[in-house]
Design a protein around this ligand. Structure first.
Ligand SMILES: [Zn+2]
Length: 126
């Protein structure tokens, strides 16, 4: 996918793969929950200002809502489960969803920040 749209899609895809949104090679996470400060390959800063990570919370909430609401609607439509049985499935998932989606949310948010601040810069070629 050539052009600016291709670069944007590539950057989001790298974030979801938990890699540097700039070069696509450096790992985003140092541990399960902590990110590296900079990319080990291209030296891009992952957190450009203090508190930037808070945006990942909103991304996490949106992804969890999509998971739970979408899952509820799908099981309601295609299975004979009662509403009480549905609650036993989707309430625990709503509770642990943010933990399960933490890394993906952080990677996606890091990519969005990179796109937002990198639109006017010439991105490095791979
Ligand atoms: Zn990099």
């Amino acid at each position: 996918m050539p052009g600016l749209l291709g670069e944007l899609v590539d950057s989001l895809h790298r974030g979801l793969q938990l890699r540097c949104p700039c070069c696509g090679y450096g790992q985003l996470f140092a541990t399960r929950f902590r990110t590296h400060d900079r990319c080990s390959v291209c030296d891009e800063r992952f957190e450009r200002e203090p508190g930037q990570w808070f945006g990942a919370v909103y991304v996490n909430l949106c992804l969890t809502l999509l998971l739970v609401a979408g899952g509820y609607l799908l099981t309601r439509t295609f299975t004979p489960l009662t509403p009480v049985q549905q609650l036993w499935i989707w309430i625990p998932l709503a509770v642990i969803g943010p933990l399960l989606l933490h890394r993906s949310s952080t990677g996606l948010w890091t990519s969005l920040v990179f796109i937002g601040e990198g639109l006017y810069l010439r991105w490095p070629r791979r």
